[in-house]
Ligand binder design. Sequence first.
Ligand SMILES: O=C(O)C(=O)C[C@]1(C(=O)O)C=C[C@@H](O)C=C1
Length: 379
Amino acid sequence: MTTTKSDKTSADLETVRSEIDRLDDRIQSLISERARLAFRVRESKGEFTQAVEYYRPEREAQVLRRVIERNQGPLTDAEMTRLFREIMSACLAQQEPMNIAYLGPEGTFTQQAVNRHFGHSVRALSHPSIDNVFEQVQAAEADFGVVPVENSSQGIVSHTLDMFLTSELKICGEIELRVHQNLLTHATSLGQIERVYSHAQSLSQCRAWIRAHLPEAELIPVSSNAEAARRVRNAPESAAIAGRSAAEIYALPVLFSNIEDRQDNTTRFLVIGRHLLAPSGRDKTTLLLAGHEGPGLLYHLLAPLQKQGINMTRIESRPSSLGKWAYVFFIDIEGHAEDSDVAPALRELEQSAKLFRVLGSYPRAVLPDEDKAPEDERS
Ligand SMILES: O=C(O)C(=O)C[C@]1(C(=O)O)C=C[C@@H](O)C=C1
């Protein structure tokens, strides 16, 4: 009997599939074994009852860094870390998932940031304002909160920074999310669209695209992109500018994708919590400082950092409640507050500054940019 080409291909397919089945069996039993070990670590931590008490973000950052170091392809670092992120998320949530408050509603980029940072085995709780997210964490109704702090094209979210002037909460992490905007609508062509709804920030992130493609449309700013999607779900003469998760939640077709004017449009979010974290080996620290008025205020304020050779990566100034024309500074430095070079600089700063607070030391963002091609991932 002669074998045809398709017979041969299907025989090959069978072999490869049974190989995949064999590997899946192993992967699954290894994941189960890992979950049992994570549970043992958990028992060694003491008689806690809640997942937040077993959560160790500094260790998770180390695990994810090792994933990237080990990765040889063909999957990208972003894909590999996403898989391990979910495995750890599930391992931690074995009895009870953590509660994460975020600036909602459902379908916003902040919700995407929650899952990017914590995985999907958490209870994500949507709240209508940044103040509410802080309140929920402060009152221990949520274990952590996630709020936006800055966008690469729109600048800082000053309200988030200002919250730290009165709140005792700490920064426990940062999340960077490449933000893609889409035109969501039931309309089948641009000519049918009379109105465009979105959050004011998203409208301005797509200004050039709107001018080129929908110059006549009425632009209507609303409280969030998800709210925009909700409004247009039954209005085919309208469109919303929002992320893909809003398209899924409100079953809206994506007429055009990636319509943001800048292709590197990125939003940075902060994870807020009630406690300071232990060092992970590659951390950054955010300080809240104010100096004594007089010439060279900033120069004198920052002198202890310069003296210890500490790298400052960001500085934002905000009006303070300490007096008219008085300012406070939010400063990011490299390293953890407990690091041997950082600690003496902070002690000196504490003595010389008018206001000194460590808002948090947390692992530097580990998760790779999901948009990068594998070849430019390590650059
Ligand atoms: O190493 C720990 O402390 C663990 O609890 C294990 C583990 C993990 O799955 O790797 C789980 C949860 C923690 O947030 C960190 C890591």
